[in-house]
Design a protein around this ligand. Sequence first.
Ligand SMILES: [Zn+2]
Length: 223
Amino acid sequence: MGESRVWVPAAAGLLLGMCGVWAAAPVPAGTDPNEALKDLMAGNQRYVEARRAYPHQDAELRARLAKGQHPIAVILGCADSRVPPELVFDEGLGDLFTVRLAGELPDDLSLGSIEYAVEHLGTRLIVVLGHQKCGAVDAAMHSPSAPGHIQALLAAIQPAIQGASEAGHDALDAAVRANVRHVVAALEGDAPILAEAVKSGHVRIVGAEYELESGKIELLSRP
Ligand SMILES: [Zn+2]
């Protein structure tokens, strides 16, 4: 549950929070992505079995984290209120760098947030977390247009789910999974920061789907 996590002291010149002065800084040695993924999946198992540990939420850690953060994973997830990453992975303060948008398709601003975590916080695992019965994906499947800025969401998702089908999954679920895989591939190819970090083996990006009723998270295979 994170006892082995590497806490790197904040070095002089490190970026002082997202709103601080942007300064060149060494990338901290982050948690190994495979270890981070094991930690997340163990937390999800506890959540599914209703034996959450509520780790990393004490006042002492809170005070320590005020000096700097080194989250073990970026979670790029849907904004859906039923899928809060810290709860479903049973993690705590400073553990997850969370970026959420309906349909989990990142725009430039979200990509900048993810790159920030990789470049400046040393995070080496990115999880793209979709979920069953995603309203955004459902709307993209069935509504050619939508009012206001919702249209931009649908237009972004629609190409990712064109012709999606997967044995053992209904049409919506196949589309959710296709969308997650599309986002994983897009992040892996996103030059220069993420593409290079993935190519060098420094960063790992995985897709996952959350089951609303059981709470279980399934890691998705490559297409
Ligand atoms: Zn959703």
